[in-house]
Design a protein around this ligand. Structure first.
Ligand SMILES: [Zn+2]
Length: 451
């Protein structure tokens, strides 16, 4: 059966009939037809029919939150204002206090919050594997990268195998598995190599701040003074160079952050290897890590998506806030709005860009016949940006989770404004947070056994 949705605007983002690099024009009074979970046609509603009509709204490809952690949905405010090394130590200590059921309750809320923000696909770095079950249950498309840490490849393989068993019942066409060696200061190059041998999609935190570089290169900088408990020894070079030397940068890897990259790394090693990059500007700003030179990295041919990271560093899963931050910071950096990103570019990076960074662009990321019917309906009528003659600007500058009317994954409505499920999942997640904080006050500082 064919279903048709229509709205004041449809923004397909990509049009296969025009040369790559040019974006598809928005369709006024547009419609999307889909069948069996895949897009059948996109065009004027006058031709495709009006179907279910959303007044004062735009239909966009479902947003791709290319890096997040569903399991940290209620970690907002932990370690607020601490330097990165003490912030992450607090984070590691607290999450280790929770049992699996609590991780799952929190991850369910994270999945609902992403759907509420128009997100249809996440690249999730998962500590417990619960994110896979939550995504499957709530209908979110996900690549769940199971996190490993440490210096011992055998221990990392064993941890990965155990987490895979947890996630296995969730796996489907919609939820697929990846591996995430956490970061070069917590994970050895041998462990990265062991995870690469699995042949799965990979994600890692990389070049997040200057202190990471200082520690990795020669053990200097602020991290040397504060502690070394969760840190592996210095490796004599940067994380990007170490991975490059081992042949571990590849199109199969999504490198998250890339704030502190030099010219050789950003315009040579990352782009030449085809490594994907995920830009998380709010997280980087909040933690005092800096501002990634997102525009230059993109301009030099890197495959880039946008992610919220987790509420522990970004406050929430609001992709619209992430898009605005991306747009505003890139223009502030280039000091030239004409040659920097447009709102259309930012919307493309949050959809097709994220899909490319995660190697999912054959299936998702734009409203093109044959791709999955992953769609978000955004109300423009009551936004501050009124009137909305430029719908991409209205979505990027005026959008928010409160303006998302519906989110569809594979043609199925997975979120609708006013949906009462949200409150139930929120309460369960808040209860889990309460238990964690009770445990944190009972446990002596530094008692966590692993990151
Ligand atoms: Zn992260």
């Amino acid at each position: 059966m064919t279903t048709v949705l229509s709205a004041d605007w449809v923004l397909p983002v990509e049009d296969p009939s025009i040369p790559q690099g040019r974006l598809a024009a928005p369709i006024r009074d547009g419609a999307v037809a889909f069948e069996d979970g895949r897009i059948a046609a996109v065009g004027p509603a006058a031709e495709l029919g009006w179907g279910t009509r959303y007044e004062g709204a735009a239909i966009v490809p479902g947003l791709v939150n290319a890096h997040t952690h569903l399991e940290y949905a209620v970690y907002g405010g932990f370690g607020d204002g601490l330097p990165f090394d003490r912030w992450i130590a607090t984070h590691m200590q607290r999450k280790a206090l929770l049992g699996f059921d609590d991780h799952l309750a929190i991850a369910r809320f994270g999945a609902v919050e992403n759907l509420r923000s128009g997100v249809t696909t996440v690249g999730d770095a998962s500590y417990s594997g619960a994110a896979a079950l939550a995504a499957a249950e709530l209908g979110l498309r996900a690549t769940v990268y199971l996190e490993v840490f440490g210096s011992d490849p055998d221990a990392a393989r064993a941890r990965f195998a155990a987490l895979s068993e947890t996630a296995r019942p969730a796996l489907s066409e919609r939820v697929r598995l990846g591996a995430s060696p956490h970061a070069p200061y917590t994970t050895s190059m041998d462990v990265y190599a062991a995870m690469a041998e699995l042949g799965l999609p990979l994600m890692t935190h990389l070049a997040e701040n200057r202190e990471e570089r200082q520690w990795l290169v020669d053990g200097s900088g602020p991290w040397a003074e504060s502690r070394g408990k969760h840190l592996l020894p210095p490796i004599g070079t940067t994380g990007i160079r170490a991975l490059a030397r081992r042949g571990l940068l590849s199109p199969n890897l999504a490198a998250v952050h890339c704030v502190d990259v030099d010219v050789e790394e950003g315009q040579g090693l990352l782009v030449d290897s085809g490594t994907g990059i995920v830009h998380c500007p709010r997280s980087n700003g909040y933690l005092g890590s800096g501002v990634a030179d997102f525009f230059t990295l993109y301009d030099h041919g890197n495959r880039i998506g946008i992610g919220t990271d987790s509420p522990n560093s970004a406050g929430d899963f609001d992709m619209f806030a992430e898009l605005r931050t991306s747009l505003i910071l890139s223009r502030a950096q280039t000091r030239d709005p004409e040659s920097s990103f447009s709102a259309e570019d930012i919307l493309m990076l949050a959809t097709l860009g994220g899909a490319r960074a995660l190697n999912l662009d054959a299936e998702i990321g734009s409203i093109v016949p044959g791709k999955r019917a992953d769609l978000a309906v955004i109300a423009l009528a009551d936004t501050a940006l009124h009137p909305w003659d430029n719908p991409a600007s209205a979505v990027v500058l005026g959008g928010s989770p409160e303006h998302v009317q519906a989110t569809l994954v594979g043609g199925e409505i997975r979120y609708e404004k006013g949906n009462g499920e949200w409150q139930r999942h929120r309460s369960a997640a808040v209860d889990a947070r309460r238990r964690m904080l009770a445990g944190a006050s009972a446990a002596p500082p530094g008692s966590a056994s692993s990151p």
